[in-house]
Design a protein around this ligand. Structure first.
Ligand SMILES: NC(=O)c1ccc[n+]([C@@H]2O[C@H](COP(=O)([O-])OP(=O)(O)OC[C@H]3O[C@@H](n4cnc5c(N)ncnc54)[C@H](OP(=O)(O)O)[C@@H]3O)[C@@H](O)[C@H]2O)c1
Length: 335
């Protein structure tokens, strides 16, 4: 089978390997599509973990495919099931623990950019029937993170207002999940040319940062001076202070992004009773709850562009250019 491995920053190489055999509790998945996340750019550039990226790592956390063989003790899945792997296969439910992070695909453990992978049966989730493989491959990281933000803690309520930042994977899933739950949505974007796309995707109001430099003030005006109930914060660093200015007293900022570094002054947030909630993707229970919502609403993830397996490096370059709207996908072994 073919797969990709990283041999140093930016050194993505196609290599050959034997098709792996599933152990007793494992399934063998024929991967049909892989989707990229901002995190994969960090791994690609050797900037992800403090101790670097392991030489020979198979990158990418997110993929979907069909089960083609099962181990002798597998009782959760069967041959033919259409599935996606979890970002952290060991996190089944409950609060996050450090050991789950070590199991993260395409980070601590080998990822999905291969024609076949084996996975523990508990780290694999059935995908909604109406999704094709490219769409299903977008779910494990960005979608579960967005779901966790809005429903994994003190959940969003109908009629509340949610602020989304940009047009990337996490933000567009959060836009969809906020709408499913009856919230009002305000989106900001750094690129004015993406405004119409956000409106077409259902955002109730869109602010383009180049034209609206003081966007927190504009968000407050759009909420009669009150501020938003939730901020899905995908930028990080100094942007957290701006998110705080856009949030209402007692609102929630869901801390997700690592695109920018910088210190947070907690004082204004403390004074205004704003809760900062750290998010690291989410457990299996949330992935399954999210899939039920996606199936019920027949929601189709926004796929920006699909690249062939042979052009995987071009897919990374496309995501790096940040001109995308939604998810960038690599097709694997198209039949
Ligand atoms: N904590 C977690 O578990 C977790 C999980 C998933 C992702 N993340 C992090 O979340 C971030 C987004 O991930 P992703 O995969 O969704 O990335 P992505 O698809 O590459 O999207 C990033 C988007 O961020 C927007 N953006 C950048 N700077 C902005 C700013 N100053 N204000 C508003 N929007 C801005 C851009 O949208 P426009 O072009 O429209 O401005 C860009 O398209 C990354 O830092 C990633 O590492 C964390």
């Amino acid at each position: 089978m073919r797969r990709y491995q990283l041999f140093g920053p930016g050194k993505l190489e196609a290599t050959a390997a034997d098709v792996p055999e599933p152990g007793a509790d494992e399934v063998l998945i024929r991967v049909r599509a892989v989707s990229l996340n901002f995190r994969d750019l960090m791994v690609f550039g050797g900037r992800y973990a403090q101790d670097g990226v392991r030489e020979g790592l198979v990158p990418c956390s997110d993929g979907a495919g069909e089960i083609v063989a099962v181990g002798s003790r597998v009782d959760r899945h069967a041959v033919g099931d259409r599935v996606a792997c979890q970002f952290m296969p060991r996190w089944q439910g409950g609060p996050y623990e450090e050991i789950y992070g070590a199991s993260a695909l395409g980070g601590g453990a080998d990822g999905m950019l291969a024609e076949y992978v084996v996975a523990h049966q508990d780290g694999v989730v059935q995908v909604p029937e109406h999704l094709n493989f490219a769409e299903a491959a977008t779910l494990p990281c960005a979608a579960v993170t967005a779901w966790n933000a809005l429903y994994g803690g003190q959940p969003m309520l109908p009629g509340e207002t949610v602020l989304l930042e940009g047009t990337g994977g996490v933000s567009l899933f959060a836009l969809a999940f906020a709408r499913m739950g009856g919230a009002r949505t305000i989106a900001i974007t750094t690129r004015a040319q993406k405004r119409d796309r956000l409106l077409a995707l259902g955002a109730d109001a869109v602010l383009a940062i180049p034209e609206t430099e003081d966007w927190p003030a504009a968000v407050r005006s759009l909420t009669d001076g009150r501020g938003v109930d939730h901020v899905v914060e995908v930028v990080g660093g100094e942007n957290v202070a701006l998110a705080g200015q856009a949030a209402r007293n007692g609102g929630q900022i869901h801390l997700i992004g690592a695109q920018s570094s910088g210190q947070i002054d907690p004082t204004p947030l403390r004074r205004r009773n704003i809760a900062l909630r750290g998010i690291y993707v989410g457990p299996r229970t949330q992935f399954e709850a999210m899939n039920r919502a996606i199936a019920h609403h027949a929601y189709r993830p926004v796929v920006d562009r699909v690249f062939p397996f042979e052009a995987a490096s071009d897919a990374f370059a496309h995501l790096r250019a940040q001109a995308h709207v939604g998810k960038v996908v690599i097709e694997v072994g198209a039949a």
